[in-house]
Every structure is written in structure tokens, then in C-alpha cells.
Design a protein around this ligand. Structure first.
Ligand SMILES: [Zn+2]
Length: 355
């Protein structure tokens, strides 16, 4: 395969989608699909329910980003799939996350706002929401002198993973830290493992805003396994913790629009419905036929039984949320399986001691 062809295809795809839809960086996620022959992919790809208009955000500019005001001197940037935020102050700019998919458009967005308001465009501080590369991989673009702030576990993980695009934070904390820059106050807090061990709550009380990344995604269901989360009980508890803060604007790290308190409540109900249905399914689906059929192949019996429980639990949730949350029919089954495993393994439901 030539080296230029896929890159060219991808670039032209990015250009086309930047004009056509509000999610050009979907191309980044889908880049691997270019390896498959188009004809095979076209015939094999499933159809899904339409995305509700309420899930979509503002149109992107020709460079593939949108920058908007959250409140006063707090702004958010999106490429339709990822989000970052920044605060302009008299002493420089505080940036929150640096997703590689937004990349150089972060500084372009900052330049645009700084020029319009006659303030400094120099990023002096960079706050990390958690250690994942998809939210931090453009960190190194801001150089060595930027002060990076994150959880102590973020530092440990980044030093371990040794990725040059994500320098470890210089300032770390374990439970709480208040960052003050240019007369602005940003409260950082850790409330336990949820999406990741180091996911933090970024609260800007003077801007009525909470940034909490990879938990509730406004207008959309979580992706695989409840956003590929490390601790399911912690992930399920996070919305209540988020709602215990006073705020109006929610910056989720995904997708194309800002969130509200209603978005977080809706996400919370969606996950709670999955958990309720899993408990019903565990009490309803009879494992006997699966174990009878597969005999000594224990794993085949376990897989088909748990798949049946998952399908039984997920189907009503898909029906209820299709048209309400985008991609309910895409990812609910995957998330239902991890809720099922968490209810069995974390909570011990259905566990029986041999007599
Ligand atoms: Zn993440």
C-alpha cells in the first residue's frame, strides 16, 4: 500500500465532512476502516437510528472547529467529537485538556478569542482532566514552560506510560486543589475512581461551570463499556457527585455541544434503567439450557447465557432511549454487559455458595 493514498483519502474525507457535518474528527476514529475494501464495507455496515437533532452542536468553521463562550471569559472548543475549554485572564490563558483531534486548532481558537477581546493569547497553565491520550495528546504543543496541573495519579500514570505528547503534570494534588490565575479561581477535586482512577472534577464557581470528562455525554449514550470506564460503581455514582455542585454549564469532553443539568440527569436515568433491567434479567433468564447444550465447554455456556441476559436487559433500554439519546442502538448492549458484570462481581448479586 502506498503511503500517500490513505493520507490523501483521509484528508479529503476530513475536508468533506468538515463542510457537510458537525463531526469531522469521526474520520480520526474511523481511519482504520480505510484498510477494508470499500465494497465489502458498504455491504457489511449496519444501519442505525438517526441522530436526534438535540444531540448535535453548532456548525464547525472551515478549519474544523467551533469556539464559543461558556460564560464571561470562559470558552469551549469542539471539533464535533472532542471538547476542550479555556479561560482568558489578565496573566494569560488557562487551558483545560488538549485533545489531539483538535490539535493546532486549540491555539487558533484561543488566538481568535484573544484578538477579539484584546487579551493575552499565551497559554500559561494546562489542567488535565485525566491521563487519557485522546484528551491530552496535544499537550506538548504548548511547550515546556506551561504549568501543567493534574491529579497525583495522572502524574504517576504519565511517567509510567512515557508518552512525549503528554508531559506529566508539575503541580499535583490528591483530594482538592484551588488554582488561582489572574484573579480567577478554579476548584479541582478528586472523588474516587470512576471513568479512570484519576478523573477529576473541574469546577469554576464564578462561571457556573463544571468540567467532568468521559462521564455523561450530552445528547449521546456512552461509548463501549460505559465509556471504557475502570470502575463501574464509581462511574455510576459520578453524576450524583456532579449534580451536588452548583453549576449551569457542563463541559463533558465530548461531543458537539455543551451540557446542562438535565443532560446529566438523563444520563443518570439511562444508566439506572440499564442496572434495573439487568437485575430483572438475572432473575428471569434461566441458565439451564445453555449449560445443558454446551456440556464441558463451560465458557460457551457462560458466554451464551450472559449474552442472553444482556440482550434481555438492553432491549427495553434501546427502545426507550432511541430518539432521545443518540446511538442508544449502537452502544447500549456493550454498556449493559459491564453493568451486568459489575452487579455480579462488585455487588455479588446472583453469587451462590455451594452447599
Ligand atoms: Zn478517558
Amino acid at each position: 500500500m502506498s503511503e500517500t493514498t490513505p493520507a490523501t483519502s483521509r484528508r479529503s474525507f476530513l475536508t468533506r465532512t468538515a463542510v457537510a457535518v458537525a463531526a469531522p474528527s469521526i474520520a480520526t476514529l474511523a481511519a482504520g476502516a480505510f484498510a477494508a475494501p470499500a465494497s465489502a464495507a458498504e455491504t457489511a455496515l449496519p444501519d442505525y437510528a438517526p441522530v436526534p437533532p438535540s444531540a448535535l452542536g453548532p456548525a464547525l468553521n472551515e478549519q474544523g472547529y467551533h469556539v464559543g463562550r461558556v460564560e464571561r471569559n470562559l470558552y469551549w472548543v469542539t471539533d464535533g467529537t472532542y471538547q476542550a475549554a479555556f479561560l482568558t485572564t489578565r496573566d494569560g490563558v488557562v487551558l483545560f485538556d488538549a485533545p489531539p483531534s483538535i490539535g493546532h486548532n486549540l491555539q487558533r481558537a484561543i488566538d481568535q478569542i484573544a484578538a477579539a477581546n484584546g487579551v493575552s493569547n499565551k497559554v500559561t497553565h494546562l489542567v488535565y482532566s485525566h491521563h487519557h491520550a485522546d484528551h491530552l495528546g496535544a499537550s506538548s504543543l504548548f511547550g515546556k514552560t506551561v504549568v501543567r496541573i493534574g491529579h497525583a495519579e495522572t502524574r504517576r500514570l504519565l511517567l509510567r506510560d512515557n508518552d512525549a505528547t503528554r508531559p506529566a503534570p508539575d503541580i499535583t494534588f490528591k483530594d482538592r486543589y484551588t488554582l488561582r490565575v489572574g484573579g480567577q479561581r478554579i476548584n479541582l477535586a478528586w472523588h474516587g475512581t470512576s471513568h479512570s482512577a484519576d478523573t477529576i472534577y473541574i469546577h469554576l464557581p464564578e462561571h457556573d461551570t463544571l468540567m467532568l470528562v468521559d462521564i455523561a455525554l450530552p445528547g449521546w449514550v456512552p461509548i463501549y463499556n460505559l465509556n471504557v470506564s475502570e470502575d463501574i460503581p464509581g462511574f455510576m455514582a459520578a453524576p450524583a457527585t456532579a449534580l451536588s455542585y452548583p453549576w449551569k454549564h457542563y463541559i463533558a469532553g465530548h461531543l458537539g455541544r455543551l451540557g446542562t443539568r438535565d443532560d446529566v440527569v438523563l444520563h443518570q436515568r439511562y444508566v439506572a434503567d440499564i442496572a434495573t433491567n439487568v437485575r430483572t434479567a438475572l432473575a428471569t433468564v434461566d441458565p439451564t439450557p445453555y449449560f445443558v447444550k454446551y456440556g464441558v465447554n463451560t465458557w460457551a455456556a457462560v458466554k451464551t447465557y450472559l449474552d442472553a441476559v444482556t440482550d434481555y436487559a438492553a432491549a427495553p433500554v434501546v427502545a426507550k432511549y432511541t430518539g432521545v439519546l443518540a446511538a442508544a442502538d449502537v452502544f447500549t448492549a456493550s454498556s449493559t454487559l459491564v453493568v451486568l458484570e459489575s452487579i455480579r462481581l462488585d455487588l455479588g448479586v446472583g453469587s451462590q455458595v455451594h452447599p
